[in-house]
Design a protein around this ligand. Structure first.
Ligand code: CMP
Length: 149
């Protein structure tokens, strides 16, 4: 099985009406979509998702933002899916996000940065399990991608 990563299209993405454009970047790259849904994230799931930031001064702001409006959560699969998705997302620091990346092209403030992508295999597993049951992760073949499935 190839590596899996969790991507969240955050409330600002849906509010701005750029959901399709952002999904399209991951899709066109060739990452395999194995699960996707639009949800209102609960406070409990948001706090668990962002647990590593719980001592940061912006923790409450972070949680309040992600639960403020619907998000699209998805699981992508590929060899090196985690690093590939992070490259497509671009740097967290706005001024360092390269043009051509999602944040480089769409983000002007760190608190409203359109996407989240898992940063390690351990985070990916924890984050995927926070939002998806095993049955929701769909196993299927893509014939046109015979070399990666
Ligand atoms: P994300 O990839 O979702 O993971 C942690 C998030 O914290 C990050 O994206 C930013 O949206 C957010 N973040 C990081 N630094 C700050 C900050 N100084 N102020 C507000 N939000 C921040």
């Amino acid at each position: 099985m190839h590596e899996r990563t969790l991507v969240i299209l955050k409330p600002d993405c849906i509010q701005r009406g750029i959901t399709g454009e952002i999904l399209s970047r991951f899709e066109k790259k060739g990452l395999k979509f194995i699960a996707m849904k639009m949800i209102m994230i609960s406070k409990e799931k948001a706090e668990y998702h962002y647990a590593e930031h719980k001592d940061k001064p912006f923790f409450n702001e972070l949680v309040d933002f992600i639960i403020s409006s619907p998000c699209v959560v998805l699981v992508l699969e590929a060899e090196n899916a985690i690093r590939i998705a992070r490259k497509l997302a671009g740097a967290t620091k706005v001024e360092e996000a390269a043009p051509g990346t999602i944040r480089g092209d769409y983000v002007i403030h760190i608190a409203s940065n359109v996407v989240h992508t898992s940063d390690s295999p351990e985070s990916a597993e924890r984050e995927i399990n926070n939002f998806f049951s095993a049955e929701e992760l769909i196993v299927y073949k893509r014939d046109l991608y015979s070399w990666i499935g």
